[in-house]
Design a protein around this ligand. Structure first.
Ligand SMILES: Cc1ncc(COP(=O)(O)O)c(C=O)c1O
Length: 368
């Protein structure tokens, strides 16, 4: 166990500031008592200001994947046709969940460096009018690409389909307007932009999605959002929640409220800009094909020829206390990723970039 806090530059779990860590250590209280009911209502209402929705935001004691599974099983029935837009590993995961519960999946796959195009979605929906829902990843953490969600949502609205959105690594860090853009299900996870430890997924459903819920027949129990919605009215969760994370979240949302959405977004854009400019100045190449879609929460960088990603990451960690992420699935060994979401300031990204530059040099990299 490292003693000094690491400069954790992975795209989640993100660093947790000391006041939130302290809150996480709050003594247990009755999870069905008045104090905790007030806390649940408070965090749920505050989350609405980040989702930009009037819908209830429910808190599931699960990781982000649990939230994605809840999105699927509460709106669909076995045999329903779903268009799964995938620009990377998490887009594929959303599709795999749909398939696991018996949906008929049509994939709309892209190269793992591209963003999806709204017109392709229009065409795919026109080609198969019996498609019921579309799944999309807002920010593809595996590739560092952010999809043009507002445009995609407009295409899905035109065709009057349900839009299920994985906003696990975007919400709370980059703009997303659930009601304004007409998103039907939005899911995020506590360990990303929210600066709290893993353990909670947040999920909200539009009125259209709640209508779909009434007809949805996929099996569900723990993730049954009807139970979660009913419990929320009483300031409870149907099952014993990850209470420690709720205590932390309460402080995190207070903090984020003080900073304000616009300033949070600007800070992320600035940090991402510093990272992209610096890696390019080192002669490295971004994975993202078109920089207009480069993510403000995570940057994926192609590892230069002759450098071993594992060795590079071990060196930044062992010699500089900087933790970088590797590539996932087919990108393993080919890229490394720098996380810049949640608690991130200029000194954090500058420190990581210095460690990267020094480690590359030590490993024999010569900038072209
Ligand atoms: C975009 C995206 N979707 C889904 C997930 C899955 O979340 P979890 O690992 O919390 O289940 C992640 C986690 O990295 C993610 O980045």
């Amino acid at each position: 166990m490292t003693q000094a806090p690491q400069n954790l530059r992975i795209p989640g779990p993100t660093p947790v500031p000391p006041d939130i860590l302290e809150a996480v250590a709050h003594p247990m209280v009755n999870h069905r008592g008045r104090e905790f009911a007030a806390l649940i209502k408070r965090v749920s209402e505050r989350l609405q200001d980040f989702f930009l929705t009037k819908s209830d935001v429910m808190l599931l004691s699960a990781s982000g994947t649990g939230g994605l599974e809840a999105a699927v099983v509460n709106t669909l029935s076995p045999g329903d046709k779903v268009l799964c837009v995938s620009i990377g590993a998490f887009g594929d995961r959303f599709a795999a969940i749909c398939e696991a519960y018996g949906a008929q999946v049509t994939m709309l796959p892209y190269e793992w460096r591209q963003a999806a195009k709204a017109d392709d979605i229009r065409k795919a929906l026109a080609a198969e009018p019996d498609i019921k829902a579309v799944t999309v990843t807002h920010n593809e953490t595996s590739t560092g690409v952010t999809n043009p969600l507002e445009e995609i949502a407009a295409a899905v609205r035109e065709a009057d389909k349900l839009l299920l959105v994985d906003a696990v690594s975007s919400l709370g860090a980059v703009p997303l307007d659930m009601d304004g853009w007409g998103l039907d299900v939005v899911v995020t996870g506590s360990q990303k932009g929210w600066m709290v430890p893993p353990g909670l997924a947040f999920i909200a459903l539009s009125d259209r999605a709640w209508k779909a819920f009434d007809e949805a027949r996929m099996p569900r129990f723990y993730l049954d959002l009807g139970r979660h919605r009913d419990s929320l009215q009483k300031g409870q969760t149907p099952w014993t929640p990850t209470m420690s994370i709720f205590f932390g979240l309460d402080v995190a949302l207070e903090r984020m409220g003080v900073e304000g959405l616009e300033r949070i977004f600007t800070r992320h854009t600035r940090m991402a800009g510093i990272v992209r400019d610096s890696v390019k100045a080192l002669g490295l190449k971004l994975l993202c094909e078109d920089e207009r879609y480069a993510s403000d929460t995570v940057t994926a960088v192609r590892c230069p020829e002759g450098i071993d990603v594992g060795e590079l990451r071990n060196m930044t960690e062992d010699e500089h206390n900087v933790v970088l992420a590797g590539g996932q699935a087919k990108l393993s060994g080919k890229i490394f990723r720098i996380g810049h979401l949640g608690l991130v300031e200029e000194q954090d990204v500058r420190g990581a970039l210095d460690a990267l530059a020094q480690s590359l040099k030590k490993l024999g990299y010569i900038a072209p």
